[in-house]
Design a protein around this ligand. Structure first.
Ligand SMILES: [Cu+2]
Length: 186
């Protein structure tokens, strides 16, 4: 008794489902394929690792050389250089970036203790002819590298400066607010 009833009910249900399905298929025409996504989406370069907010400190290596790099992200690799008093200080700056020198040049200018690096950099902006080294503020400079393009490096030596805190800065226009630090001699 159950089987015939169930079969009837099933076939009714199937027929209804089929008719609903058929009609709904007729109404809902297959959607047009979505507009093609941008074909030549250039692969985004991997985002640079977030710069830690803590000030990176660097000290001389076994050869007595302090290595600092400048990047296309407008950063020095170190915000603090620790050295011992009474020794000749050797600092090598390398421009580790790839952007043209005219757009992202870097230098490293060590200033006398107490010098305001931002004020110095403001003077430097108008000194393009001398690679952003303002002649009228030369008396505030302890030593400075050349203005470096991508891949270039330059080394400066400071013979046994007195103990103290010496500001350093990149004087390429617009860089000083971020590209600055201190050379601590103690
Ligand atoms: Cu710079």
């Amino acid at each position: 008794m159950r089987h015939p009833m169930r079969e009837v009910w099933l076939s009714c249900a199937l027929a209804a489902a089929c008719s609903v399905g058929c009609s709904s298929e007729k109404i809902a025409a297959p959607a047009a394929p979505p507009p093609t996504a941008p074909v030549a989406a250039p692969a985004e370069p991997a985002a640079p690792a977030a710069q830690p907010e803590v000030v990176a400190t660097v000290t001389p290596d076994e050869a007595g050389v302090v290595h600092v790099t400048g990047s296309d992200q407008m950063r020095f690799s170190a915000g603090r250089i620790n050295v011992k008093a009474g020794e000749t200080i050797t600092i090598e700056l390398k421009n580790a970036g790839t952007l043209p020198k005219e757009a992202m040049g870097h230098n490293l200018v060590v200033l006398k203790p107490g010098t305001d690096p931002m004020a110095f950099a403001m003077k430097a902006v108008s000194a393009k002819a001398t690679d952003y080294m303002p002649a009228d503020a030369n008396d505030q400079v302890i030593a400075h590298t050349k203005l470096l393009g991508p891949g270039e490096s330059d080394t400066i030596k400071i013979p046994a400066p007195a103990a103290g805190t010496y500001p350093f800065v990149c004087t390429f226009p617009g860089h000083a607010a971020i590209m600055k630090g201190v050379l601590v001699v103690e």
